[in-house]
Design a protein around this ligand. Structure first.
Ligand code: ADP
Ligand code: ASP
Ligand code: MG
Length: 809
């Protein structure tokens, strides 16, 4: 025989009940069917109890409950039994209504009254199901599930209940229908229950007593999943679990099964199947005594959001015998159960996890117990930290495998998640730890990714600036996305986008196809403060902040972001070329936190310059000298000037081709080159500021002093002089280049005339060239050359930086 339990969602709708009928009627062996109250009914009964007791009007809610059940009856009960069923359920509802009516007169709401009211959920649902399923024989659970009271809770008297179940079912009919959850007090016979979610327990007690072949728990998910599917969308079904693993997981909040359910089945070695009422094809989860075959060390992750940590600190506790006994005794005396215990080997602190509700009482009773020690200072304090969450990482195979906790806490550290307390039992099947509630979702995501990488890794991008580079980047991400996910198991999700007017956040990912429309219609006003707040509040794991602006204010956010363990990828040059101490500070923060601060595109657009230099330096080489043409714009201008195209026209052309900065004076003044040279010099290991760079400029200072319009109106004045120089160089077979040089940390920029043997002579269009002379590349310096400007190569460089953030995980 078998026992099948159907949960609230399974019996909570017309469709669900008809499905339950089909499932049960296709079984070919005797079966005991245990049902919950219909979906949400138990919650409603409880909240109506409180409201009615406070004198609030519950009529509308009650009527909705009545109608819901009557509608179900109308749709699922066969015509022949319809009227009798309606009459029967109406009678139960009338009784319930009378109970509510009398509530406002009760001064103190007794547990007994609450238990009686809440029992109507299962009493009603089971009576309906009994009329729907063919040949079902009714069994009233309180007749054989007996409880004993302890504090406000009831627990079953297992021996007595087992005896009564056996007696109640000397011979099993084909189908027995029985309400879950409800029971009766062993002594008084008054109605009680097995606690919230307790229908599972009813089913398990019956299965154990009757030595069932299997206990099936039918619910609304495909099985026990690697994590709560409502929080982790990537969670997936675990095919097999041992009793111990299942117990560890559900004990820590995985709702699928009510925790005490496992024990009776385990004790009688009855396998448990978790199945989905609404998806018969899903294989489900099989829980049994077998050690599972899987080699995965971690099987699942579960969590309890409602956690407070009560901590007792005192040097006077060290070495004293019996302290823990008194702590737990004090808690037990008032019925507080603890689900987490951590004590340092030094013995001067003990922390216990309780629910937020019970925290104050826990502090009170422990303080009373240790009144004397607190008074004389042997114990310094007893206090509660609330609004925390406890997470358990579970798996039989974690046993004797080194490195699991390293991996776990390493990942949390890199993601900026602070661990408040840790506990691992000697059985090594469960590592539990406490964090702040606010980071629960992020923590679950990080852990899920670390231990269940088989699916894919997610990178969450905030992109600020959607001009030519940022916009190009989004296009490239959209194109590459399917391939990255398939070949590299990486999923790039853009969770924030901003331009200078609007900013839009969406933790599920912004649709890239029409992000500009979405930004315009759904975005909020964009300021650096709003952006920072939005990013930090989303508190999402594997976050990368991508700055494709030229804004000083956005650059000013990096420190705060890095301090929150968010990697930064900047196309913006302001920070890396700005104040040296800030640059070093940011690099330090990133290094210490195991995240990235990258700005490869600051020099040479997509050319791998900074990364190459870092590799040289890291492998013990020393960079002695750099010579480079770093301005695509200036190079374009020098290559474009001809007898027909004077300097002023070449500048306009550079702007139109989008090589130059929006304000071309930044290029002509050498400022852009100086910034780049400063960045290269720093990455080569030297300390330098922009003011330290010697400038030999070719456009006199006065052209930079007025407005941009003044500049455009007067720049032609230089055309004649440039034409003279051009002619002279042409005659000598030379070319003009704006060269940045660093030698042993000394930097300069200026025009240089190069002959045809010089590597810089042949440098077409807007290309860049960087010559790196090192101790190893001494006689023949390393040369990196190619497109040094342009939106698509720069976007590709930013993309490459983003990908290297993925690779550190
Ligand atoms: P029922 O009403 O059938 O008893 P429950 O609501 O008690 O169902 O339990 C099933 C729910 O548990 C699922 O709908 C799911 O949202 C939640 N849940 C939490 N953690 C997990 C997990 N690790 N695996 C599967 N479901 C989980
Ligand atoms: N109806 C009860 C509850 O909601 C028992 C159960 O569904 O298992 O807690
Ligand atoms: Mg349940």
């Amino acid at each position: 025989m078998k026992v099948m339990k159907f949960g609230g969602t399974s019996v909570g709708s017309i469709e669900g009940i008809l499905q339950v009928k089909r499932i049960v009627e296709s079984v070919n062996e005797p079966v005991v069917v245990v049902v919950s109250a219909t979906n949400t009914t138990t919650d409603t009964l409880i909240s109506m109890t409180e409201d009615a007791h406070q004198g609030k009007d519950i009529q509308a809610v009650f009527e909705a409950l009545r109608k819901r059940h009557m509608d179900i009856i109308q749709a699922v009960v066969p015509q022949s039994k319809l009227i009798s069923t309606q009459t029967e359920i109406q009678a139960l509802l009338d009784e319930l209504w009378t109970l509510y009516q009398n509530l406002s007169e009760e001064k103190n709401l007794s547990q007994q009254t609450k238990d009686l009211i809440v029992s109507y959920g299962e009493r009603i649902s089971s009576r309906i199901l009994c009329q729907v399923i063919d040949k079902a024989v009714y069994a009233y659970a309180p007749d054989f599930i007996k409880t004993i009271g302890s504090f406000d809770k009831h627990s079953p008297d297992i021996d007595l209940s087992t005896k009564l179940i056996k007696k109640h079912f000397p011979k099993l009919p084909a189908v027995t229908l029985c309400p879950g959850f409800i029971a009766s007090d062993k002594d008084t016979g008054l109605i009680t229950n097995l606690g919230r979610g307790g229908s599972d327990y009813t089913a398990s007690l019956i299965a154990a007593a009757l030595q069932a072949d299997v206990l099936e728990i039918w619910t609304d998910v495909d099985g026990f999943m690697t994590a709560d599917p409502r929080v982790i969308s990537k969670s997936y079904v675990i095919e097999k679990l041992s009793y111990v693993e299942a117990m560890e997981l559900c004990n820590f909040g995985a709702k699928v099964i009510y925790p005490p359910t496992i024990y009776p089945a385990y004790h009688q070695n009855i396998p448990i199947y978790i199945k989905n009422t609404f998806n018969l094809h899903a294989q489900g989860t099989y829980i049994s005594r077998d050690k599972t075959m899987s080699t995965e060390p971690v099987k699942g992750i579960s969590s309890i959001n409602d956690t407070a940590l009560v901590t007792m600190v005192g040097l006077g506790m060290v070495g004293v015998i019996g302290i823990s006994k008194r702590v737990f005794g004090a808690l037990a005396n008032v019925g507080i159960s603890t689900f987490f215990i951590s004590q340092a080997a030094s013995e001067n602190t003990i922390s216990v996890g309780v629910t937020n509700d019970e925290a104050d009482l826990a502090v009170k009773v422990i303080s009373e117990e240790f009144e004397h020690e607190l008074a004389v200072g042997e114990i310094n304090s007893v206090c509660a930290e609330k609004n925390l969450a406890t997470i358990a990482v579970v798996g039989d195979n974690m046993k004797r495998i080194p490195g699991i906790s390293g991996k776990l806490f390493g990942a949390l550290g890199r993601s900026g998640i602070n661990v408040i307390a840790i506990a691992q039992g000697g059985s090594e099947t469960n590592i539990s730890f406490v964090i702040e509630s606010a980071v629960l979702r992020k923590t679950l995501n990080v852990l899920h990714e670390v231990f269940f990488l088989s699916e894919f890794q997610e990178l969450n991008i905030f992109l600020i600036g959607i001009g030519t580079v940022g916009g190009g980047l989004l296009d490239q991400i959209m194109l590459q996305q399917p391939k990255l996910q398939k070949q590299n198991n990486i999923k790039i999700k853009v969770v924030g986008v901003a331009d200078e007017f609007k900013v839009l956040f969406n933790r599920d990912g912004i649709t890239l196809r029409n992000y500009r429309e979405l930004l315009a219609t759904e975005g909020v006003d964009s300021t650096p403060e709003v952006i920072l707040k939005g990013v930090l509040e989303m508190n999402i794991f594997n976050a990368v902040f991508v700055d494709c602006t030229a804004s000083r204010k956005i650059a000013g956010l990096y420190k705060e972001l890095l301090l929150h363990n968010i990697s930064v990828v900047a196309a913006n040059k302001i920070t890396a070329s700005g104040d040296y101490d800030t640059y070093i500070e940011l690099k330090d923060i990133a290094r210490k936190r195991g995240i990235k601060f990258l700005f490869e595109t600051n020099v040479g657009a997509g050319l791998p310059v900074i990364n190459t230099m870092n590799n040289l330096v890291n492998s013990g080489d020393k960079i002695l000298k750099l010579e480079a043409v770093l301005s695509g714009t200036l190079n374009f201008i020098f290559n474009t000037i001809s007898a027909d195209i004077p300097l002023s026209k070449a500048i306009v052309m550079a702007k139109e081709a989008r090589y130059s900065e929006p304000d071309p004076r930044i290029d002509l003044s050498g400022m852009d080159v100086i910034r780049k040279l400063v960045i290269l010099t720093r990455e080569a290991g030297y300390k330098v500021e922009q003011e330290d760079v010697k400038k030999n400029l070719f456009v006199p200072q006065k052209y930079f002093e007025g407005t941009l319009d003044d500049f455009w109106n007067s720049i032609h004045e230089l055309d004649a002089e440039f034409e003279l120089t051009r002619k002279r160089l042409e005659a000598d077979n030379k070319r003009c280049r704006f060269v940045a040089t660093m030698e042993n940390g000394e930097c300069s920029v200026g025009l240089q005339e190069v002959d045809m043997h010089h590597p810089f002579y042949e440098l077409e269009g807007s290309n860049n060239i960087i010559m790196i002379k090192t101790e190893r590349y001494y006689d023949y310096p390393m040369i990196i050359k190619g497109y040094g400007a342009g939106a698509s190569v720069t976007a590709a460089g930013v993309f490459a930086d983003i990908m290297s953030v993925a690779n550190i995980r």
